[in-house]
Write a protein of this length. Sequence first.
Length: 284
Amino acid sequence: MTAPIDATFDPPLGVCPLCGSPDVRSFDIDYRGTHISRCHVCRVRFMNPQYTDAYLAAYYAGYIPEGPRTPEARAFRLAQKTANIELLERYMAPGRLFSVGSGDGVELTVAKSRGWTVEGYDVDEATTRRVAQQVGARIHTGDLFSLPLETASFDCVYLDQVLEHPKQPARYLELARRLITPGGILYLGVPNIQSLASSGKQVLGRLGLSRRRGRFYDTFHHLFYYAPSTLPRLLEQRFGFRVVTVLGDPKPRSHPTVATRLWDRAIRHAPWLDSTFVVLARPV
């Protein structure tokens, strides 16, 4: 099986988009024939070659559904985003929050209800217009890096399940560093490419024991792949942040038991166990 039939690609990357190193090496290939490279310096993996801007724009135009979610799905999203904002509030009081990739606006709604002043950004104009009306908040669209946003104007820049998507993640981190106030926080939530499950699946794929080798890369729309051992180091060494904490990101449970609560606590404090992880960092 190959990439989507309408997919178009840029030329292969010879330099790491995050640290700038030219020491980029082939690392893996998934069941769709998608090639994964790894930077030998910062160790981040990324799809190579990557989709064109035109293909990604068409893909994300239909990424957020307009129709209502099921009650179960709405409850899960609300619980998930509430847990994220509660985690953030362990480290700072509510202030001004800028959500990049605000999507369906659930985190904006939750944060606003808890006393935050919120703004958002997403790529599709129709979606942002609709969500802005629902949330009652300003949501930007267009070129993120040309928006008239003041330096040091937000107490938190929030990117949850975002940094794996853009072709230039370094620009997002540089922008976040510029926008955050002294003492403010960057909230990053990303998939964990070195989780216990993904690491096991990678071994099975390399041994030819998986029919869908590398499915966990999600190369339909994920372009970069991070781990708790790589992203915090990049933030500190290249992007001017001091990492406050690195945590697992356990999913909400509708009927938790004593055993699942204990397991979720283990996941929170051992992020390598989980499929996603959270980094909180302050600008220095």
